[in-house]
Design a protein around this ligand. Sequence first.
Ligand SMILES: *[C@@H]1O[C@H](CO)[C@@H](O)[C@H](O)[C@H]1NC(C)=O
Ligand SMILES: *[C@@H]1O[C@H](CO)[C@@H](O)[C@H](O)[C@H]1NC(C)=O
Length: 284
Amino acid sequence: MTNKIILINLLLITFLVEASAASNFNQYFDITWGDGRGKILNNGQLLTLSLDKASGSGFRSKNEYLFGKIDMQLKLVPGNSAGTVTTYYLSSLGDAHDEIDFEFLGNLSGDPYIVHTNIYAQGKGNKEQQFYLWFDPTKDFHTYSILWNPQSIIFSVDGTPLREFKNLESKGIPFPKSQAMSIYSSLWDADNWATRGGLAKTDWSQAPFTASYGNFNIQACVWTSSGSSCSSKNPSSNHSWMKQSLDSTGQARIQWVQKNYMIYNYCTDTKRFPQGLPPECSLA
Ligand SMILES: *[C@@H]1O[C@H](CO)[C@@H](O)[C@H](O)[C@H]1NC(C)=O
Ligand SMILES: *[C@@H]1O[C@H](CO)[C@@H](O)[C@H](O)[C@H]1NC(C)=O
């Protein structure tokens, strides 16, 4: 009996060590701003960002990537989070930058967060889609994923796809695929627009506001001056995510989300695009 327990403990320890080696915030990320408001805790297993009246905070990946699948566990600011915005995105920065955005717009206690998504290709964004979630994102950690490969970009929550942006370059639509991007995250105040279009302001008596980051998993091609870690020089690695696309189950899930939880789609906003909807809207 005791032997069995010891054996199980040993197995558990081995497992935990491997898991922590795979996703240690210290190894993959730097806190880049916020003057101590961003913290890496528990030997790299937890990261927290906080926001008070003086400042928000943020972090950035040590590496740049050209294609990848990034899964990040987040627990959003609880309680009255109106006016606060938590972001988690990929960006190449600069004038003609590429970017893939997740933004979480806080709300009054009990009112729903908005998950805002956008994509920039060569400096041009204007591809917003927004969603409510089917759970309270402040109670527990949930996994928010960005899959970015040469064929498509897929945003998912707990494995359920919310949105797919396909590579339609052959039809003249720019797609992010030649600029390496870093992973960024931040918590900041945007009460001039974030909640109810700016009507619900940040209640500073509730500060500091804190968002937490748990496990993450990065399967990605690291980009350095000598090229990509996924080049044919490294055939040993298995990048099955590079070829991943939505199967029929995924298509059905995305339709379920879009039917029940989508609250804004640039592709149906004819007021905003009186000259005609963007071309990808009729091709997708
Ligand atoms: C906040 O709650 C209101 C009322 O339910 C809702 O209209 C709004 O979309 C919610 N989210 C944000 C970020 O404003
Ligand atoms: C690569 O991964 C896929 C999916 O996980 C698997 O089906 C395939 O057998 C793997 N290939 C190699 C060479 O390991």
